[in-house]
Ligand binder design. Structure first.
Ligand code: TYM
Length: 334
């Protein structure tokens, strides 16, 4: 079987980057019909950076679950659950901590970015984070992992861990996973600076669209997005070194499921002032209903908790036997 796994951190709200780069693709793969789809809120990952805010973690985890459902994930069709409710993730991660090499982890660009100058003060969990991510994927023997561009290196590490484990034990046990980094919006950029990634951690809220934004906020942020004074070119190539312009074209294309080339051609010669007005309308149309539905779902957190509990039960049916076999391969007396 072809099995999809992916995860999102419950660390603050969802952005348009998460939605277009990940969530929308998750929904497509769920509905495509040829995959078994497993989607996870990765709370164990979220605590690698912020550990001491239990109320926020609870809220963010439930809100993320609401975001999955409001975006079109059906908890019957997909397995939808919270990472810490399936202990096999952490258990396999420990074994992978012993497979991965310090040098591999030290080369992760996200680690270097996040730890920055202060690696001594970063948590050990932040350093080990990609090994937990490999465990998330491989505890299901997942074959396909849809993510945004920024996770590419972590998926290469996942392949390295699987290959080393298989090689060291002389088995063909863990699959070599395919990253699925596709579509027009694999890297949605900051609305104020087209050279930076759109991120939930940027101090300015005007740099991003949140999935919880109201229609007015969405429209305002797009209309105020940075652009250059030139009109849209005749063809995609004409976007050349215009990162902000390119980003808005990509967002349009991802929202309407067209190619960026088609978007440019349909809007050739238009000034960005007008392009942004149209884009704002498209974005409000697609995103405001999600925001409204998330709000509605959040009124019944007991129901969300039931959905997560049921999802975890289903996930464990898959993860338990794989952990058991892993322990056998490693030689752990059970
Ligand atoms: P996270 O929570 O940072 O982001 C969730 C997903 O959103 C994508 N994404 C973006 N895509 C396009 N443009 C952007 N600006 C943008 N920002 C974020 C991310 O690429 C990701 O797909 N380590 C992961 C979570 C994780 C995971 C996993 C993913 C844990 N275990 C196993 C896949 C498989 C992360 O921090 O994503």
């Amino acid at each position: 079987t072809k099995r999809v796994f992916s995860g999102i951190q419950p660390s603050g709200g969802l952005t348009l980057g998460n939605y277009l780069g990940a969530m929308k693709r998750f929904v497509d793969m769920q509905n495509e019909g040829s995959f078994e789809t497993v989607y996870c809120m990765v709370d164990l990952h979220a605590i690698t950076t912020v550990l001491n805010d239990p109320a926020a973690l609870r809220h963010n985890t439930r809100e993320l679950c609401a975001g999955f459902i409001a975006s079109g994930i059906d908890p019957e069709k997909s397995i939808l659950f919270n990472q810490s409710q399936v202990p096999e993730h952490a258990q396999l991660a420990w074994i992978f901590n012993c497979v991965a090499r310090m040098g591999w982890m030290g080369r992760m660009t996200q680690w270097k970015d996040k730890a920055g100058e202060n690696a001594e003060g970063a948590s050990l969990g932040l350093f080990a984070y990609p090994a937990l991510m490999a465990a998330d994927i491989l505890i299901y023997h997942a074959t396909h992992v849809p993510v945004g561009e920024d996770q590419k290196q972590h998926l290469e590490l996942t392949r390295d861990i699987a290959a080393k484990f298989n090689h060291d034990f002389g088995v063909d046990f863990f699959p070599i996973t395919e990253p699925v980094i596709e579509g027009a919006a694999t890297r949605v950029m900051n609305l104020r600076d087209g050279t930076k990634k759109m991120s939930k951690s940027d101090p300015s809220d005007m740099t991003r669209i949140n999935l919880t934004d109201t229609a007015d906020q969405i429209a305002k942020k797009i209309k105020k997005a940075k652009t250059d004074p030139d009109p849209l070119p005749e063809t995609l190539d004409g976007l050349g070194a215009r990162p902000e312009a390119r980003n808005l074209v990509n967002i349009w294309a991802a929202l309407t499921e067209e190619t960026p080339a088609a978007v440019v051609e349909a809007n050739a010669g238009k000034l960005f002032g007008y392009f942004k007005q149209d884009l704002a309308e498209i974005a409000v149309d697609k995103l405001a209903p999600i925001s409204t539905e998330m709000g509605r779902l959040m009124e019944d957190t007991a129901e969300i908790d039931r959905i997560l509990a049921r999802g975890a039960e289903r996930a464990r049916e898959l993860s338990e036997p794989i952990l058991k076999q892993t322990y056998e391969i490693v030689g752990m007396v059970r």
